[in-house]
Design a protein around this ligand. Structure first.
Ligand code: DX5
Ligand code: ZN
Length: 224
């Protein structure tokens, strides 16, 4: 089953609780939380206070995407703040294996992400350590960008690799995804789709329903 993970980066922060609640009302289980440090990416988003504030407000699964340099420094703090899954960037880690193990030791689901220009085979040696691979389909750092078509081959390659090696790694895609291009990443084999502006800009509940309709349509057409 393919799941939708709304990214709160695109929310109206003056009404964050209310907007997250709209996703709860639509039965959304995963909330994608983008943390940026102004070093790994050119922008700064938010950090612990936002996660801590949201934590008692919802029992959704917090899928925290760390776009920060040397995330190992902060794994235990994000876990304490309320992260359920923590995804770090391969490019940001001096020692990816040590970082992934630290996420596991802190009781969180483990994710490894790669930028559009990073070849997908860099993640192969780490697949036994992770639950999820996040393939960025835009350059990390900003919401509302155009989907990069050339990233699709990496999703397909990873899906085939996992199948050939008996791995059940979740493949997540993030960036530039909306109702009219979801089928591209679903056909390539992704399991979880992050959408920021396609969920939070405009009618949130209506947007979730439209995106879900696309997912259901795809799944029904591909039932074997
Ligand atoms: C980009 C973030 C994405 C972003 C997606 O660095 O990782 O999660 O919020 O936003 P949209 O869906 O608007 O491209
Ligand atoms: Zn993200």
């Amino acid at each position: 089953m393919i799941t939708l993970a709304p990214s709160i980066l695109a929310a109206d922060f003056t009404r964050l609780g209310e907007q997250v609640h709209d996703t709860v009302l639509e039965g959304i289980r995963y909330l994608h939380i983008d943390v940026m440090d102004g070093m790994f990416v050119p922008s700064i988003s938010f950090g612990f206070p936002v996660i801590e504030t949201l934590r008692p407000f919802t029992d959704q699964i917090f899928d925290v995407h760390l776009m920060i340099c040397e995330p190992l420094r902060f794994i235990s703090r994000f876990a304490k703040a309320g992260a359920d899954h923590i995804t770090v960037h391969f490019e940001a880690c001096g020692n990816p294996a040590e970082t992934l193990l630290a996420i596991r030791e802190n009781g969180c689901g483990v994710g490894l992400s790669i930028n559009p220009s990073t070849p997908v085979d860099v993640v192969f040696p780490y697949l036994e350590l992770v639950d999820l691979v996040l393939i960025m389909t835009v350059e990390p750092g900003f919401g509302g960008q155009e989907f990069l078509d050339f990233t699709v081959d990496k999703i397909r390659t990873l899906r085939n690799y996992c199948r050939d090696h008996g791995l059940h790694t979740v493949i997540e895609t993030d960036g530039g995804l909306k109702a009219d291009n979801l089928h591209v990443v679903m056909e390539a084999g992704c399991d979880r789709i992050v959408c920021g502006s396609a969920v939070f800009h405009g009618d949130i509940r209506g947007n979730v329903r439209s995106l879900r309709r696309e997912i259901t349509r795809f799944e029904e057409a591909h039932q074997s």
